[in-house]
Structure formats: C-alpha cells, structure tokens
Write a protein that binds this ligand. Structure first.
Ligand code: NAD
Length: 257
C-alpha cells in the first residue's frame, strides 16, 4: 500500500526539480496527480517520466502569480478527480544575487508575486475546496508549502528571496492555527541547496558568496530533488496526522552547521 493511496494531489512547479520529483513520488505512492507549471514542455516530460515508471501524472498549465489561473487549476483537479486531498505548493524562482540596496522594483515585485503571493493564492483556493469536502482517513486535506533554508536563516545576497521564504512560513503557521480543527493540516518544507535548474543558475555565478556557500555544503554536495520530495509526500500523508504548522528542514544538516 502506498503512502497516499487513493488520494488526489496537486503539485505546482512540477516541470522540473523538486516539483517534478514530487509529482512522480505522489503518483508512485498511489495518488492521482495534477501537475502544474508555466513550462508546458517540462510538464510533458514529467508526464512521460511517470508513464515510463508505470504510473500516471496529469498536467495543466498554471502561473501561480495569477490568482485566476490558480483558481482554474484547482477547479481542474476537482473536475478531473472529484476532490483535492494533498497540495504541494512548490513553484518558485530565484534570482541573481546582489547587494541589499541594489534590487529594483521589478525584481522585488516579481519575487514576491511568485514566491509569496503565489503560495497564498494556491492555499486560498485549495482551502476553500478542502473545507467543502468530506473527511477521508481522518482529514479533509493536507497542504505542504515549499519554503527554504532561507525561510529560517538569512541568504545574504538574496533579500527578496529570504523575505518571501520567511513569509511562506508565516502563511503556513497562520493557516495551521486556523485549520487543524477543520481537518486540514498545513506544513512547510525548507530545502537546503538541492541540485536543480534553480541552483545550477546560482552555482554558475562566480563570486565569493556562491563559492563560500558551495564550499560549506555537508559532505561537499547538494541534495537530490527526490530526497526533498519524499518529505513533502510524507507530510501530506496520514502518517503525519499530528503534524501541522511545522517547518521541516530537508537539507542534510546544512542549516544546523
Ligand atoms: N534547489 C534548491 O536548492 C532550493 C532550495 C530551497 C528552496 N527551493 C525551492 O524549491 C522550489 C522548487 O525549486 P527547484 O529547485 O525544484 O527549481 P526548478 O527551477 O528546477 O523548479 C521550479 C519550477 O517552478 C516553475 N515556476 C516558476 N515560476 C512559476 C510560476 N509563476 N508559476 C508556476 N510555475 C512556476 C518553473 O518553471 C520550474 O519548473 C522553489 O520554490 C525553490 O525556491 C529550492
């Protein structure tokens, strides 16, 4: 029996990296999955990888910075599979590092729109749906948001990213307080440096900051998206039924150094 057998899950940012690994893991663990992203080509690759490994992942485009698109995405999962049990709000962007005072309004606003407001729009429409549902295996729904090590400690050079990821933990805690009694759990994962498109862009920046970050990785290496995805699926499963409001570091000990 899979961890999320018979559940319906959605995953954002599922065209790549952690979101792709999570869509595949939810499907392997028995869920019906709707994968969303702005990258249609990457979504098709995720669906093809699922087929190759003998499971199925459906997909639909979504820009999480656009509330109406998010509402439509949640409606699509319900139209297709009848309900929504697990939501992994993971889509996110990073940016070139810069001095604290160097960020222009466009870069600041885009970061907040995708990495913070995007998570709120997803939670808003998921929670509305989950509140209307009957309980399955004790809960009406479980949400996991992707924050970051930069949601817990500072990421120098990335003030807007750090602010957005701290904000994701704030949203997670408020929703957890308001919703456990309604049968909805809300948690976050805080990945450390994980090998994906996002970190390959960061690692290619040749400056003292990136060199220092990469040199200090435990065991000298980044995590794998698959290892981060495991935590998200588990937090959304009934095994984690007494866990809500948690910000789980999934980083091989990076932040504890
Ligand atoms: N890789 C790391 O080291 C690391 C560390 C901490 C946190 N994170 C977070 O993990 C999440 C996933 O990142 P990843 O490392 O897998 O990177 P990634 O670049 O491989 O994947 C991110 C995905 O999000 C999608 N996306 C971007 N903007 C979007 C939008 N507006 N709407 C919908 N989809 C959008 C991208 O197209 C991409 O497929 C992000 O929230 C990131 O901030 C990553």
């Amino acid at each position: 029996m899979g961890l999320v057998d018979g559940r319906v899950a959605l995953v954002t940012g599922a065209a790549s990296g952690i979101g792709r690994a999570a869509a595949l893991a939810f499907a392997r663990e028995g869920a019906q999955v709707l994968a969303g992203d702005v990258d249609a080509e990457g979504l098709a690759e995720t669906a093809a990888l699922a087929r190759e490994s003998g499971s199925e992942v459906a997909s639909a485009p979504v820009d999480v910075a656009d509330e109406r698109a998010v509402q439509g995405f949640v409606e699509t999962v319900v139209r297709r599979f009848g309900r929504l049990d697990c939501a992994f709000n993971n889509a996110g962007v990073s940016d070139q590092t810069g001095a604290f005072e160097s960020f222009a309004a466009a870069a600041w606003n885009r970061m907040i729109a995708v990495n913070l407001s995007g998570v709120y729009w997803c939670m808003k429409h998921e929670i509305r749906q989950m509140k209307t549902q009957a309980r399955v295996a004790g809960m009406r729904g479980a949400i996991c948001n992707t924050s970051s090590g930069a949601g817990v400690i500072a990421a120098p050079g990335l003030p807007h990213y750090t602010a957005a990821k701290h904000g994701v933990l704030g949203l997670t805690k408020v929703a957890a307080q308001e919703l456990y009694g309604e049968g909805i759990r809300v948690n976050a994962i805080c990945p450390g440096m994980t090998d994906s498109k996002l970190t390959r862009a960061f690692a290619s920046e040749d400056n003292a900051l990136t060199r220092a970050v990469l040199k200090n990785l435990p065991g000298g290496k980044m995590g794998r998206p698959e290892d981060v995805a495991e935590a998200a699926v588990w937090l959304c499963s009934e095994r984690a039924r007494w866990i809500s409001g948690e910000a789980m570091l999934v980083d091989g000990g990076q932040v504890s150094r």
